[in-house]
Design a protein around this ligand. Structure first.
Ligand code: DPM
Length: 322
C-alpha cells in the first residue's frame, strides 16, 4: 500500500444534503482514523437532483442526477474522491472514474412511515383508498401489485420535508429507506420494515459507494481500507443485474442478496408501473462470480418478458431534456 506524505490534503466531494453530509462525514472520520497523517477535507456542491425538487423524479431521467457535478470535479482534479449513496450511482461511470470501494451496508429494506391517525395499521391492513407517498417506481409497482386497493401519490423533497408533508395530512403513509431514516436520526419514525417478499430493495440500497479516478493508486489504497468485501460482492452482483437490464435508477427493478458461506443468492424483480405484471427469479453461485450471477439473473428474467416491460416504461417515462 502506498503511504501518503504527512502534508497531503485529500479532498472529498459531497452533495450538500443532510443525508449526503452525514454519510460523507462518516467516511471522512473513518479515513482520518485509518490515516492520521493525512488531512481529509470535505468539499460540498449541489447536483441537478438537488436543484430540481418540483418534478417527479421518474420524469427527470436518471443518468447521474445526483453524481455528475461530483464526478466532473474529480476529473478536473478539484476533488479526489466522492461519497454517494450507492443506489444513486449509475452503473455506467464516466470514463476515467471507478467505484473504488463499497462500505458495509446498513439495513437495505424499505420502511413504512405513517400519519398519527394510521398507527394501528400495517402495510397489509391499510384501508382501501389510503394515500401512500412515494416517487420510486420500484416501490410503486411492487406495492400496487400486492395492494391494488391503495392509492399512490408522488412525493419529493428531502427527508424532513417529506415527514412534514406526511404529518400535515397530505399522505396517510410514505415509504422511505430504513437506512436513510436511521442515518438522520429518524429511526423512531419507522412504523414497519417492509418484508422483502413485498418490496425488494433498490440496487445498492443501504451501502455507500466511494468513487475516485481510475488508476489513482494513492486514493484507491486509502479508500480500500473502508471496503466491506461481503457488501461489495452483493452490490457488484446487484449492479451487474441492473446494468445487464440497462436499467437506470428510476425503473421498477428490485433486488435482494444474501451470502451464505461463499454462496451468493441474488433475487431480482422487474415490474410494470401499473403493478399488473411482476417477474421475479433467483440465482445462486460463488460470491467471486458476482458479476456473472447478475448477468445470468438478467437473462433469466429477460426470457420471461422483462425486456418488454422495460421497453414500455422507457417509451412512457421519457426523460425530460435538461
Ligand atoms: C433512488 C431512489 C430513491 C433515491 C429510487 C428507489 C427514492 C426516491 C423516492 C435511486 N434514490 O429507491 O427505488 O422515494 O422518492 C435515496 C434515498 C437514500 C439514498 C432515500 C430513500 C437513502 C438510503 C440509502 C433517494 N438515495 O430511498 O428513502 O442509502 O440507500
Amino acid at each position: 500500500m502506498s503511504v501518503s506524505s504527512p502534508s497531503r490534503v485529500i479532498r472529498i466531494g459531497s452533495r450538500k444534503s443532510q443525508l449526503a453530509l452525514v454519510q460523507t462525514h462518516w467516511v471522512q472520520g473513518q479515513l482520518q482514523q485509518h490515516f492520521p497523517d493525512c488531512q481529509f477535507d470535505v468539499v460540498t456542491m449541489s447536483t441537478q437532483g438537488d436543484n430540481i425538487l418540483d418534478v417527479a423524479l421518474a420524469k427527470i431521467g436518471d443518468k447521474g442526477l445526483f453524481t455528475k457535478e461530483l464526478e466532473l470535479s474529480m476529473l478536473r482534479q478539484e476533488t479526489d474522491l466522492a461519497v454517494h449513496s450507492l443506489k444513486d450511482l449509475p452503473t455506467n461511470l464516466p470514463e476515467g472514474l471507478t467505484l473504488g470501494a463499497v462500505t458495509e451496508r446498513a439495513d437495505p429494506a424499505d420502511a413504512l412511515v405513517v400519519h398519527a391517525d394510521f398507527k394501528s395499521y400495517q402495510i397489509e391492513t391499510l384501508p382501501p383508498g389510503s394515500v401512500i407517498g412515494t416517487s420510486s417506481l420500484r416501490r410503486l409497482a411492487q406495492l400496487r401489485y400486492h395492494y391494488p386497493h391503495l392509492e399512490f401519490k408522488d412525493i419529493r423533497g428531502n427527508l424532513n420535508t417529506r415527514l412534514q408533508k406526511l404529518d400535515a395530512g397530505e399522505y396517510d403513509g410514505i415509504i422511505l429507506a430504513v437506512a436513510g431514516l436511521q442515518r438522520l436520526g429518524f429511526g423512531d419514525r419507522i412504523h414497519q420494515v417492509i418484508p422483502a417478499e413485498i418490496s425488494l430493495h433498490a440496487v445498492g440500497q443501504g451501502a455507500l459507494g466511494i468513487e475516485c479516478r481510475e488508476g489513482d493508486q494513492e486514493i484507491l489504497a486509502l479508500i480500500h481500507a473502508l471496503e466491506h468485501p461481503l457488501t461489495a460482492h452483493r452490490c457488484h452482483a446487484e449492479r451487474s443485474f441492473l446494468h445487464a437490464l440497462e436499467g437506470g435508477c428510476q425503473v421498477p427493478i428490485g433486488v435482494n442478496s444474501q451470502i451464505d458461506g461463499q454462496q451468493l443468492t441474488l433475487t431480482g424483480m422487474v415490474a410494470s408501473i401499473d403493478g399488473q405484471r411482476l417477474l421475479k427469479d433467483q440465482v445462486t453461485g460463488p460470491e467471486d462470480q458476482a458479476v456473472a450471477l447478475g448477468q445470468a439473473l438478467a437473462e433469466k428474467l429477460r426470457q420471461q418478458g422483462a425486456q418488454e416491460i422495460l421497453d414500455e416504461i422507457f417509451a412512457e417515462v421519457r426523460p425530460t431534456n435538461l
